[in-house]
Write a protein that binds this ligand. Structure first.
Ligand SMILES: [Zn+2]
Length: 484
């Protein structure tokens, strides 16, 4: 690995190919459910074959295709680098769109369509990196299918998967369970990071190093059946409503490692108003990754003041996102009670979606649930854990992470890279199971008004050609530096 690689320019042809590849991928409808990612996987198989790169397409469930390809280094640099991505997208209703969400239109300097940001742009950039590596081999008289690529010291694996938007169990999860050796790597680059976010005139580049875990609970509320003519506080619907109201209150604030470092890094770039508002978080700083520290933070930081500060500092979408990064969140998804208007319900069910910070395991989440609901109502419920997965944390002091920060600054001298905790889960959770640290790094430089957070899964998802032209050389330089 070298930290001093400088920048390499892409050719006009490569940049044009990138845009066309993204447009083609958007036109391949891989909406999950049902997925049909096999169509995109087969398409990419052909694109790579045209460059002399063999790949393996798997379809462990009908229509659910994932693709894995590898080019070789000379092996002196250590374990491979994995370029990870997913082929599926979430649904899009055309009514809210300016352009056909599956048309791949190129208009007003943007590529429009579902997946433009999440995450077919990164798929296309990864494929362009593979193409460039294969072409370097061929230009040197080598066969990219079998020979080492010139100046490449480790293998580069490309893996684009099915099903990420629904948990990834038929994509990355299946590959990890059945072919872990295909994905074994020193590190992986994936979605959810590396995209510029303008704030206060500064471009921040959050690089995802961690993501939250999850616990889904079903709460069985026990009341007493009765006649509607004689109301009773034992009405299970009323008990459920009281519980739901308590769960809606924000819980204690905890700054995990990624957010603590990020805040410290951002402070010198923020104005006086922001600094004053952020001061309410100060007692939580250094609380670290231990759930036990949450007790200290809970005593010191008033969650209501933190929410107010976020609302003052950020637009509503960003405020909610940042809030989710500093709390173990609880979201009520389903409430069921009752069989008839004049029958007092004796039972009710509440299903809740808890997202856990690194350091909060399932028992700790259960304790927090108990604390919020309170002893009296707690005695009226039985709690069933339906599913759970741990939070993921990749090291901040790794050579790969430091390299990603450096490459960003090399390409945008005024940019400020920051470690970032994603409030949602990605395929990184599967790679963590085989010990591959995954960094969210799908670089795009965006102008003002491009609000990537809203565009992901939103109407009029689009990415500017300029952002793509910025991203590809950044990704290329990161790959080249880590693998040379
Ligand atoms: Zn995604």
């Amino acid at each position: 690995m070298t930290l001093d690689v400088g920048r390499e320019e892409m050719t006009e042809r490569e940049l044009a190919e990138l845009v066309e590849l993204l447009r083609s991928l958007i036109r391949i409808k891989s909406v999950n459910p049902p997925g049909d990612e096999i169509l995109a996987a087969r398409y990419l198989e052909q694109v790579l074959a045209d460059e002399g790169i063999p790949s393996t397409v798997v379809e462990p469930f009908p229509g659910r295709g994932s693709i894995v390809a590898r080019v070789r280094g000379d092996g002196t640099g250590g374990d491979p680098l994995l370029l990870l991505s997913h082929l599926d997208v979430v649904p899009a209703e055309p009514e809210g769109w300016t352009h056909d969400p599956f048309g791949g239109d190129l208009a007003d300097g943007y590529v429009w369509g579902r997946g433009a940001v999440d995450m077919k742009s990164m798929v296309a950039m990864e494929v362009q990196v593979m193409r460039r590596l294969a072409r370097a081999a061929r230009a040197d008289g080598r066969n990219p299918a079998s020979d080492p690529i010139p100046n490449l010291s480790r293998d580069v694996i490309f893996c684009s998967t099915a099903d990420e938007e629904a948990g990834g169990w038929q994509g990355a999860g299946w590959l990890v369970d059945n072919h872990p050796d295909w994905l074994h790597a020193a590190g992986a680059l994936n979605e959810a990071g590396g995209m510029a976010m303008a704030y206060g005139g500064v471009r921040f580049y959050p690089i995802q190093v961690a993501e939250k875990g999850f616990v889904v609970y079903k709460l069985h509320v026990k009341g007493r059946w009765g006649h509607g003519s004689v109301p009773t506080p034992d009405n299970a619907a009323v008990l459920a409503a009281r519980i739901v109201a308590r769960l809606a209150e924000p819980g204690p604030v905890r700054l995990t490692q990624a957010i603590g470092v990020s805040l410290a890094r951002a402070l010198p770039h923020l104005g006086a108003r922001a600094l004053a508002a952020i001061a309410v978080l100060a007692p939580a700083a250094g609380a670290g990754n231990s759930a036990a520290d949450a007790d200290t933070a809970r005593a010191a930081v008033d969650p209501a003041r933190v929410e107010a500060a976020l609302r003052e500092l950020c637009d509503p979408v960003l405020a909610r996102t940042v809030s989710a990064m500093i709390h173990d969140t609880i979201s009520v998804g389903i409430v069921h009670a009752g069989v008839k208007y004049n029958v007092i319900p004796g039972v009710a069910e509440i299903e809740i979606d808890c997202r856990t910070l690194p350091g909060t395991d399932e028992p700790a989440m259960l304790d927090e649930l108990h604390r919020r609901i309170g002893d009296e109502l707690w005695a009226r419920i039985e709690v069933e854990c339906e599913q759970t997965g741990p939070a993921v944390q990749a090291p901040l002091d790794s050579p790969l992470y430091r390299l990603l920060e450096k490459v960003v600054v090399d390409h945008d001298a005024g940019g400020v890279p920051l470690p970032f905790l994603a409030p949602f889960a990605t395929d990184a959770k599967h790679l963590a199971r085989i010990g591959v640290p995954t960094y969210g790094f799908s670089p795009l430089k965006t102008g003002s008004g491009d609000g990537l957070l809203e565009l992901m899964h939103g109407d009029d998802e689009r990415v500017s050609v300029e952002a793509l032209h910025f991203g590809l050389p950044v990704l290329w330089d990161a790959v080249r530096a880590f693998c040379s």
